[in-house]
Ligand binder design. Structure first.
Ligand code: NAD
Length: 475
């Protein structure tokens, strides 16, 4: 691919009809590092056309063959994992140690897993009708998928859509976030390298307007959206008008519940990964820490000690644990939340400003507030930055009540030495996923959004399949 911004359509890098571009800024240096096309309706229609042309042949290949492409993709990706991790970090500021996981190891695992799944999934089954006959139940691809992806873990989030959609037999128009578009082109090179037929995956770059064209294009049969709740509502409303199937994986404001017997050494080790992964820019970050009242002092010490000594710095430095926020706009948003916490009477325990040793880059100090009440915006709203709130509770029921006092329901965690008790609390939490004692999320299990965190959100194969039954008289 040469340097002028292009789109990936029908297996080739083509010029766009739109003359609008989006400048790409390295969030650690504030320098421009490229630009992409802000695709218009004609560009999207061209990509949708290529995906429709590719659909008949792709859907008629066997699942095993499609799975073999995914296995091959995992292999090629494995060989370029360092390039991919570094490319994403330069564009979104994710610290490189995390990017190696979220933009390389995890997506590779997702492609590999779906390659294996092709052989065991019940594509067609025979069901007893209960009246002496039987019916065939088939799972068939929904068609052309519009995949809209945010910037925070672009390769995992894209793989969660591409792998099941392609395995199902769908073709895809993929709209990455403008901030992280170059990694989509790197993946497109890999798709060409493994011989995925032209048009099966197409990349159109651009911002919200491009996303709206993807959602509205009549040639898109299904929309798979990941992003903010506000945008998800708009996308789901459009899809509702068109009766177009949609999955929407949205925001969160998850809670970490520390029971009175929480193992604090385990909590300390997993604190950043559980509560502020990717500098707090992860949908399931547990940014509300709920602590049994008698333990507050002891746990606050652990939080301040762990976060206070974490390295904030250059995302390309393997020692950095916090990097810059993705953009100047995101930093302004987080700073607005810090100010709202102060204005509403919360007490600042740590951070609150910009790190003095990093005058360039969109950095914000990891920030911790206490004396936070459920009415405050920093308790209720998704900040998407390094901001934690600490809230005491009086007993287990109170902890569950506070955890559930949210319009969101995406992630969550429980810390306790008693695993059965921790699981009981987890069962009572109104949320799609709970990790106990700092367990890591697996990409092989679903991530459903309760409440405002999503609609049918699930990165599974079923989200890309129609179900057909065929029944007839006994033959
Ligand atoms: P965003 O909603 O601004 O944008 C997400 C994507 O949607 C981008 O590609 C954007 O260009 C596009 N878009 C925006 N408005 C659109 C519209 N009206 N129609 C069509 N497309 C539109 O979100 P963001 O700031 O890029 O990402 C952060 C958000 O994503 C956070 O709220 C986070 O919680 C959420 N998120 C959720 C999950 C999950 O699995 N639930 C995972 C990662 C991120």
């Amino acid at each position: 691919m040469n340097d002028s911004p292009k789109l990936f359509i029908g297996g080739e890098y083509v010029s766009a009809s739109s003359a609008e571009i989006v400048r790409l800024i390295n969030p650690a240096t504030e320098e421009q590092i490229g630009s992409v096309v802000d695709s218009n309706a004609a560009d999207v229609a061209r990509a949708v056309g290529a995906a429709r042309d590719a659909l008949p042949e792709w859907r008629n290949t066997t699942p095993e063959r499609r799975g073999a492409y995914l296995t091959a993709l995992a292999g090629v990706f494995d060989g370029r994992r360092d390039d991919m991790a570094a490319l994403v970090s330069r564009h979104n500021g994710t610290v490189i140690s995390r990017s190696r996981q979220s933009n390389a190891a995890r997506p590779i695992d997702i492609y590999r897993y779906h390659g294996e799944l092709s052989r065991s999934f019940p594509w067609e089954s025979v069901v007893d009708t209960g009246s002496g006959s039987s019916a065939i139940v088939r799972r068939e691809p929904m068609g052309v998928v519009g995949a809209i992806v945010p910037w925070n873990a672009p390769q995992t989030l894209a793989a969660q859509k591409l792998a099941p959609a392609l395995l199902a037999g769908c073709t895809v128009v993929w709209k990455p976030s403008p901030e992280t578009s170059m990694d989509a082109f790197l993946l497109s090179e890999m798709l060409n390298e493994v011989g995925v037929p032209p048009g099966v995956v197409n990349v159109v770059t651009g911002g919200r307007g491009t996303g709206q064209h993807v959602v509205g294009d009549p040639g898109i049969d299904k929309v798979s959206f990941t992003g903010s709740t506000a945008a998800g509502r708009a996308v789901a409303a459009s899809c509702g008008q068109m009766l177009k199937p949609v999955t929407a994986e949205l925001g969160g404001k998850s809670a970490a519940v520390l029971l009175d017997d929480a193992p604090l050494d385990v909590f300390a080790r997993s604190l950043i990964g559980t509560c502020l992964p990717n500098t707090g820019q992860v949908c399931y970050s547990c940014t509300r820490i709920l602590i049994y009242r008698n333990n507050v002092e002891e746990v606050v010490d652990v939080v301040l000690e762990t976060i206070g000594r974490a390295a904030v710095g250059d995302p390309m430095d393997p020692r950095s644990e916090f990097g810059p926020l993705v953009s100047a706009a995101q930093r302004a948003r987080v700073e607005g939340y810090i100010q709202s916490g102060l204005d509403e009477g919360a007490r600042l325990l740590l951070g609150g400003g910009r790190p003095a040793h990093l005058p360039v880059g969109f950095y914000v100090e990891p920030t911790v507030f206490i004396d936070v009440t459920p009415e405050m915006r920093i308790f209720r709203e998704e900040v998407f930055g390094p901001l934690l709130v600490i809230v005491p509770y009086d007993n287990d029921d109170d902890a569950v009540r506070l955890a559930n006092d949210s319009s969101y329901g995406l992630g969550g965690s429980v810390f306790s030495r008693d695993l059965d008790r921790a699981k009981d609390i987890a069962r009572r939490m109104e949320t799609g996923s709970v990790l106990i004692n700092g367990e890591q999320r697996s990409e092989r299990i679903p991530l459903y959004g309760y409440k405002d965190s999503g609609v049918g959100g699930d990165a599974s194969l079923a989200a890309y399949l129609n179900i057909k039954s065929i029944s007839g008289p006994r033959g």
